[in-house]
Design a protein around this ligand. Structure first.
Ligand code: MTE
Ligand code: MO
Length: 392
């Protein structure tokens, strides 16, 4: 069993598959803290967790225009300045289950918990690339590839992805080679001993168990760069899809989700009100300027209260560098329950809670899933709805 060496997981993670392990964080734990505790941070693995000996570990840097480097963890820690970045990582397939409800898609049935925020510690990718002699104006280099040490037992392929050179070298982009998560060395599931963290970019590019960095004129040839993590017109199906016709996902669109109350919670009209908690986040470092919530399916709205940003994150609504999500909270009046109200029009026996967020480019979320449905079920950022029974 190639998965026999996988680490133990926190029992609270909601497993979507066991081999490879994929587990999401329950909503109550997402909403509970601006920084997600490491042991309950969602795990998205495509392959068995590789056994990496930290002492023997060497990061390889190679490729077009690069002086080949081989760096131990101690080399990275002693030769480069340490940086901390508070960043959210979200899987492109977060909230895929709502897409499957419209029409079947291929992928893990994530609810809204394939997201988390951590304080990452490590060295800047930029500093390591500069040490390898790479520069912004090298005409032979346009992409930086990341190769994982996790290997497909059937094909021998390793997990891989790439980002554009400009992002890799930009001091503002804060791309990190992280050896710490929330103040402790990386755990096995999150990429020990070294992973990439590409803030503001879809999770697939933040390659764990980083083995090699390669400078190249073209994108990574990895399956996950070229044949996955792309979205198409809703009419495109598996017979007609032309993967090369769409760019690989990098910065995801603005999104938000209700984490509390949890699905299945029975609301009581006698309480008169309901308190909602959740997150909002956008790609590219665009901050959240506003979160709107509704307790009547989106007919009327109120602005939610934005909770303080996590340590190291800029103020709400920042135009750049807002790599972390915004947690929010709102208390809304409940409509009367059926049977408890004299007028038939005001009576209802269920309540649909809705959230939508606005980012610092004033991007909004689409109101429904159908128009953004895509065969792989990625980047679902429709208004998030939770329908709950209402008792008198
Ligand atoms: N890196 C490697 N080497 N192997 C992987 O399977 N999964 C990617 C990315 N990096 C993956 C990887 C995907 S799709 C996501 S969403 C993030 O890791 C998830 O990071 P996490 O497991 O630390 O939450
Ligand atoms: Mo992902």
């Amino acid at each position: 069993d190639p998965y026999a060496g996988d680490p133990a997981r926190h029992p609270v993670l909601i497993p979507r598959t066991q081999k490879p392990f994929n587990g999401e964080t329950p909503g109550s734990l997402l909403a509970a803290a601006a920084v997600t505790p490491t042991d309950v941070f969602f795990v998205r693995n495509h392959l068995p967790v590789p056994a990496v000996d930290t002492q023997a570990y060497r990061l390889q840097v190679a490729g077009e225009g690069a002086r080949a480097l081989e760096l131990s963890l101690a080399d990275l820690q002693s030769r480069f300045r340490k940086h901390h970045v508070t960043a959210t990582i979200q899987c492109s397939g977060n909230r895929r289950n709502e897409m499957s409800a419209v029409k079947p898609v291929k992928g893990l049935e994530w609810d809204q918990g394939a997201i988390g925020t951590a304080v990452w510690g490590g060295v800047r990718l930029r500093d390591v690339l500069k040490a390898a002699g790479l520069s912004e104006d090298d005409p032979a280099v346009a992409h930086i590839h990341f190769e994982g040490l996790d290997t497909d037992p059937a094909t021998g392929d390793v997990y891989g992805a790439s980002i554009p050179l400009a992002r890799a070298l930009s001091p503002e982009a804060d791309v990190l080679l992280a050896y710490e998560m929330n103040g402790a060395p990386l755990s096995a599931d999150h990429g020990a001993p070294l992973r990439v963290v590409v803030p503001g970019v879809t999770g697939a590019r933040s390659v764990k168990w980083l083995g090699r960095i390669v400078a190249s004129p073209s994108e990574s040839a990895s399956h996950w760069q070229r044949r996955d993590y792309k979205a198409f017109c809703p009419s495109v199906d598996w017979d007609t899809v032309d993967w090369d016709s769409a760019p690989a996902l990098q910065e995801p669109p603005v999104t938000s989700a209700i984490c509390e109350p949890a699905p299945g919670t029975v609301l009581s009209a006698a309480d008169g009100e309901v308190t909602l908690r959740g997150y909002a986040w956008s790609g590219g470092g665009r901050g959240i300027v506003r979160v709107d919530v509704s307790a009547d399916g989106g007919r009327t709205w109120a602005a939610a209260r934005l909770l303080p940003p996590p340590p190291g994150a800029p103020a709400h609504g920042a135009y750049t560098g807002a790599w972390a999500w915004t947690l929010w909270e709102a208390t809304l009046p409940l409509p009367a329950a059926a049977g408890s109200s004299p007028g038939p029009d005001s009576a209802s026996s269920s309540v649909t809670l809705v959230v939508k967020a606005v980012d610092s480019s004033y991007n909004n979320q689409p109101d429904s899933v159908a128009g953004i449905w895509n065969l792989r079920g990625v980047v679902n950022n429709a208004w998030h709805r939770v329908t709950l029974p209402l008792e008198p």
